[in-house]
Design a protein around this ligand. Structure first.
Ligand code: CO
Length: 498
C-alpha cells in the first residue's frame, strides 16, 4: 500500500465489512426467525474480528502516517486521511484484553438488566452495572482527557463535545426551560384522548408511507419495515432504510416515529455516493444526526402548516375516530406538554429534563461523586426535582433505558444537543427559504430538503459539528434558538402571557 488510491480501496474494504454487519443487524431486528439467533451472533462476531484486524493492521498505519505528510493531496483527501488516522490511533490505545473483557461485561449487563427490569428490582443489575462503570472509568484513562473524565466518553459520540459545553447548555435548560414548562403545566387543559382509540394497522401504515414520500424520502433508495423499536439503518446513500412500530391503540406512535426516522434516513440518502467508504461518506456525529430527525419530527411534523396540509387526508382515513376533532385540536394534542415517567414517551420540551437527569447521573458516576448503589434513590430524587413526579418503581425509573446495559455512557446528551441544533438550523432555514410555512402548507418540502442537502448532507464529515454550525448559522450552538421556538409555539397553543 503506497498511495491515496490504495488508501481508498482499503478504507472501502473496511466499510464493506461494517455495512455487511449492519445488514445482518437490520435483518435481526426485522425478519430473522427466533432460532436464527445463535449463528447470527457468531456471524456478527466473525465480521467484527475481521473489521478489527483490517483496522489495526500495521501496514495501514504506516500508509496513513505517510499520507499525513503528503502535500499533493487536496483538502478533502487530507480530511479523509486526518480522520482515518485519528480513528486508527484511537483503536491502537485499546488492548485486545480490554475489547474482550468489554464484550463479556456488556453481555452480562444486558442479561442482568433484563432480569432486573422484569423483576422490578435494581439489585439484580447493580453488580454488572458497577463493572461497566469501572470499565468506562478505566477507558477515560486509556483515551485521555483535559478537564473532566466524562469528556473522553462524550467524544466517542459527539467529537469535541465536553462537560463544559454540556453544563452550559443544561444551565440554560434549568434556568429557562424548567420554569417555562411549569408555566405550561398550570395552563394545560389539552385533551389528547382521541389518539388512544382503535386505528387499523394497514391504514396507519399507508398514511405513514404518504408522509415519508411527502418529505422526499426515496423508496428506490430505501424501504420501510416493522420492528419492535423504530430505527433507521443505512448501508449506503442508495440503501437507507427505516422501520416503524404500529400500535393499533395509539395513533401518535406511528406518525412521529415515521417522520423522525425518515429525517435520519434523508440525511443518509443525501450523503454523496462518490464518497462511500471514506470518512467524507459518513455522517458527522450522533448529535447532528439527531438534529435531522428532530427538525423533521418537531419543527415540520408538529407544526400547524404541516397539519393544515395533512389533516384532511388523515381524517378521511379515520372519519369515525376523528369525527369531533378539528385540525387545531389535532395540532394542540400533538403538542401536549406534560411531565411523564418514561423518556421515550415524553413531549419535545420535558424530554430534555429526562436527558438532564441521565447526564447528571452519568457525569457523577464517571467523576466518582455518585455510587451505583445509590442510583434508584438518586434517580427518584431528580425526577421529583426536575419533573415533579414520583417514580413508582425501578422498572419505570432507573431501569427504563437500555443504554447503560449496552455500556453506552456519554450517549444521552446527544439527543438534547441534536434537538438544539435542529432549532438553530431551522431558524436559519426559515430566514433563507422564502416563505417556508406557505410551502409546507402546500405539502412542498423540496426547498427545505435542498437546503438541508446543501448545508449539511453533502458534506459528510468534511466539518466538525461545531464548525458546521458556525458555518451555517454564524455562531456556535446556542440554546436561545430552541427557547425562542418553544416560547413562540407554546405560548400560542397554551395562550400564555409574558
Ligand atoms: Co433519533
Amino acid at each position: 500500500m503506497k498511495n491515496y488510491n490504495d488508501y481508498l480501496s482499503y478504507s472501502k474494504k473496511i466499510n464493506d465489512v461494517y455495512m455487511s454487519m449492519s445488514v445482518l443487524n437490520w435483518d435481526m431486528e426485522t425478519y430473522m426467525p427466533k432460532n436464527g439467533n445463535k449463528f447470527r451472533a457468531q456471524q456478527l462476531s466473525t465480521l467484527a474480528s475481521i473489521a478489527y484486524d483490517l483496522e489495526t493492521k500495521p501496514e495501514y498505519g504506516i500508509l496513513l502516517d505517510n499520507l499525513s505528510c503528503d502535500n499533493s493531496l487536496n483538502e478533502d483527501q487530507k480530511r479523509n486521511i486526518f480522520l482515518s488516522k485519528k480513528k486508527f490511533d484511537k483503536k491502537q490505545k485499546y488492548s485486545a484484553e480490554f475489547i474482550k473483557n468489554q464484550s463479556i461485561l456488556i453481555s452480562n449487563a444486558f442479561r442482568d438488566w433484563r432480569i432486573a427490569k422484569e423483576k422490578n428490582d435494581f439489585n439484580y443489575f447493580k453488580k454488572s452495572l458497577q463493572e461497566i462503570v469501572d470499565l468506562r472509568i478505566k477507558e477515560t484513562k486509556i483515551l485521555g482527557f483535559n478537564d473532566h473524565p466524562y469528556d473522553a466518553l462524550l467524544d466517542k459520540y459527539e467529537p469535541n463535545l465536553t462537560v463544559k459545553d454540556v453544563d452550559l447548555i443544561f444551565d440554560d435548560v434549568k434556568s429557562k426551560l424548567v420554569p417555562f414548562i411549569s408555566q405550561i403545566s398550570q395552563n394545560n387543559n389539552i385533551d389528547d384522548s382521541f389518539f388512544y382509540q382503535f386505528f387499523d394497522h394497514e391504514k396507519q401504515w399507508n398514511f405513514g408511507i404518504e408522509l415519508l414520500k411527502q418529505m422526499g424520502y426515496s423508496f428506490d433508495s430505501g424501504r420501510q419495515d416493522i420492528s419492535a423499536h423504530p430505527f433507521s439503518s443505512s448501508f449506503s446513500p442508495q440503501d437507507a432504510r427505516v422501520t416503524t412500530r404500529i400500535d393499533e391503540n395509539n395513533l401518535s406512535e406511528m406518525i412521529w416515529s415515521c417522520i423522525h426516522e425518515g429525517g435520519h434516513a434523508l440525511y443518509e440518502q443525501g450523503i454523496l455516493a462518490e464518497n462511500y467508504g471514506t470518512p467524507l461518506g459518513n455522517s458527522i456525529s450522533l448529535g447532528i444526526h439527531e438534529s435531522q430527525s428532530r427538525l423533521w419530527e418537531n419543527h415540520v411534523g408538529r407544526s400547524l402548516p404541516y397539519w393544515k396540509k395533512n389533516y384532511d387526508l388523515l381524517k378521511s382515513i379515520f372519519p369515525d375516530q376523528l369525527k369531533h376533532i378539528d385540525c387545531h385540536m389535532f395540532y394542540s394534542a400533538s403538542n401536549n406538554v406534560k411531565s411523564s415517567l418514561i423518556r421515550t414517551n415524553a413531549d419535545e420540551l420535558t424530554y430534555h429534563l429526562h436527558v438532564l437527569i441521565r447526564y447528571e447521573i452519568e457525569r457523577g458516576l464517571i467523576g466518582g461523586e455518585i455510587n451505583v448503589d445509590d442510583l434508584p434513590l438518586k434517580w427518584n430524587q431528580l425526577y421529583k426535582k426536575y419533573l415533579d413526579i414520583e417514580v413508582p418503581s425501578d422498572s419505570q425509573g432507573v431501569l427504563q433505558d437500555i443504554h447503560w446495559s449496552h455500556g453506552s455512557f456519554g450517549y444521552f446528551p446527544t439527543y438534547t444537543i441534536g434537538s438544539f441544533y435542529a432549532a438553530q438550523f431551522y431558524n436559519q432555514a426559515s430566514k433563507e427559504i422564502l416563505d417556508i410555512d406557505a410551502k409546507i402548507l402546500k405539502g412542498d418540502m423540496s426547498d427545505l430538503l435542498i437546503w438541508l442537502r446543501e448545508k449539511i448532507h453533502v458534506h459528510g464529515r468534511r466539518f466538525d459539528a461545531k464548525d458546521l454550525c458556525k458555518k451555517i448559522t454564524g455562531e456556535e450552538l446556542n440554546f436561545k434558538y430552541f427557547m425562542k421556538y418553544a416560547q413562540e409555539k407554546y405560548s400560542n397553543i397554551y395562550k400564555l402571557k409574558d
